[in-house]
Write a protein that binds this ligand. Structure first.
Ligand code: XMP
Length: 523
């Protein structure tokens, strides 16, 4: 079997928000890449033996004392280097060039002129004018390189930034002041492709089919003939883990699916139908709605509700797990961004840390080892892997659903009656989003139940019933989000249907708050 990790690109992070995007681009082009902090140990870099190194961007200034520098091993290894933004500046400075500080930050579209003949920009241009070639790029700079190190030539320039790119063909060192990893840089993917394929000489080995093959082999080697337990939530990550482990170890896998009464309409049946009935995965369904709802009586504080739901989940899961004898491993759907974020939060290097909601607190006395087959994958890779494993598109590309479920979408105290009303309204909203072809244009959409009553008239009858709000957002990272500009006819259809079909609702509102300052969920 090909070793899909054998050819790899090391990305050193200087704190830019785009670093993960670089790793994703490299992997989309079929080469394994990993992100490490800029102060990675020299020996570790040598042992890592990358085929190429990308020095990523960062918020600091090379001209300031004590700002980060690339480790010496980067330049001693004799492998190609691509410096992006801060990465280019630190490379320039460390190799003997000059960087000048500026208070003026230029950020956004720019047209740059390409210079010289470099392998990086070979056959790449967006415009040709009077025999000169130009690229449309996403530029970001305050400081700029004013003097290149010896042996370097200009790669690209603009009027305000005469050295917008530089290269040393002999050493295979490249620097660009713009961001090839963002889609606004139209030819960015080709540029990254040139770097990893032509310059670093990597092949495209990192593909969903090969990743699956590789993970299956690893899981088998780790698990042997022992038993594995997985908490299946119906979300993308745990579903992909279930499908993968089922393929790798078949009956040695047992999944526990906890129906806590806070799921969407038909969710529980759909999960059982797909995994247990269709795929033949061993799934234990725990119908625990009454237990959860019982514990939630009288609890109206959002954080308290989360705690109650989380603790009850662990209790139920633990109870089901102990019924299965001799389980050695616990599988989890941890993905690469979770790994990067928790590493960054430990070293205090994260600029923004998203709280990570995976099941965190399983009791110590379970004494199980972890199996985490998605640990090195980004969400988009997990999705592609899901499709490759035969999971349906709608499951793999579904919106995220929070662990506490409808518990945080019913404001205040959660009651069974409210759950039932909300489930109906939510199902109508989802159905119409699909009908209008808007489901995949939004990143997350749902209905929120407001425990207040409002007057309405249906026929000749006055109705005094509950209020719900629709929520739909567009976002890339769920850290910031814009409310989705859904078409009026879609909103009209949904509101009419909800009020007509769900008797207990008399009014439908639409939430037009963006994040920040609002959050995506209402609680
Ligand atoms: P907020 O509301 O913080 O949501 O803007 C950002 C994303 O996180 C999800 N979310 C949760 N997921 N447990 C989860 O598993 C939680 O307690 C939780 N709270 C929010 C939310 O659905 C959105 O995708």
């Amino acid at each position: 079997m090909t070793d899909i990790h054998a050819q790899r690109i090391l990305i050193l992070d200087f704190g830019s928000q785009y670093t993960q995007l670089i790793a994703r681009r490299v992997r989309e082009l079929g080469v394994f890449s990993e992100i490490r902090a800029w102060d990675m140990d020299d020996q570790e870099i040598i042992d890592y033996a990358p085929h190429g190194i990308i020095l990523a961007g960062g918020p600091e200034s090379v001209t300031e004392e004590n700002s980060p520098r690339a480790p010496q091993a980067v330049f001693d290894l004799n492998v190609p280097i691509l410096g992006i933004c801060y990465g280019m500046q630190t490379m320039a400075e460390q190799l003997g060039g000059k960087v000048e500080a500026s208070n003026l930050r230029e950020f956004g579209y720019a047209r740059i002129k390409t210079e010289g003949t470099s392998a990086l920009l070979k056959d790449i241009s967006d415009h040709v004018e009077n025999g000169e070639k130009f690229l449309d790029v996403w530029m970001s700079h305050g400081d700029k390189v004013t003097q290149m190190p010896a042996g370097f030539e200009i790669l690209a320039s603009t009027e305000s930034c005469p050295i917008a790119g530089m290269f040393n063909a002999e050493k295979n060192y490249y620097g660009v002041q713009f961001h090839p990893e963002v889609t606004h840089t139209l030819q960015g993917e080709r540029l990254v492709g040139h770097f990893i394929h032509e310059i670093c000489g990597c092949e495209s080995l990192w593909t969903p089919a090969k990743i699956i093959e590789d993970q299956i082999a690893r899981v088998r080697a780790q698990v042997g003939d022992k038993k594995v337990l997985l908490g299946l939530s119906g979300g993308v990550d745990s579903s992909v883990v279930a499908a993968l482990l089922h393929k790798a170890i078949g009956d040695q896998l047992t999944c526990v699916f906890v129906d806590n009464g806070l799921l969407r309409k038909n969710e529980g049946d759909a999960v059982m139908d797909m995994f247990a009935d269709n795929m033949g995965v061993k799934v234990i369904r725990s119908d625990s709605a009454d237990l959860f709802l019982g514990k939630l009586v009288g609890v109206s504080d959002p954080e308290q509700k989360r705690k109650v739901i989380g603790n009850t989940f662990i209790e139920v899961f633990d109870e089901e797990a102990t019924k299965i004898k001799d389980v050695h491993f616990l599988a989890q759907g941890t993905i690469y961004p979770d790994v990067i974020e928790s590493a960054a939060s430990k070293t205090g290097k994260a600029h923004v840390i998203k709280s990570h909601h995976n099941v965190g607190g399983l009791p110590d006395d379970m004494k199980m080892e972890l199996v985490e087959p998605l640990r090195e994958l980004f969400k988009d890779e997990v999705r592609k892997m899901g499709l490759e494993l035969g999971l349906p598109y709608d499951m793999v590309y579904r919106h995220p659903f929070p662990g506490p479920g409808l518990g945080v979408r019913i404001l205040g105290e959660v009651k069974k009656e409210y759950c039932e009303i909300l489930r109906e309204a939510d199902a109508i909203f989802m159905e119409e989003l699909h009908n209008f072809d808007w489901y995949h244009k939004t990143s997350q959409a749902f209905v929120v139940f407001l425990p207040v009553k409002s007057v309405g008239v249906v026929g000749d009858q006055r109705r005094y019933q509950w209020v719900v709000s629709l929520r739909a957002v567009e976002t890339i990272d769920f850290m910031t989000a814009r409310w989705a500009h859904l078409p009026y006819d879609l909103l009209e259809k949904v509101s009419n249907r909800i009020i007509n079909e769900v008797e207990q609702i008399s009014r439908v509102a639409y939430d037009v708050s963006s994040k920040p300052p609002a959050t995506i969920e209402w609680e």
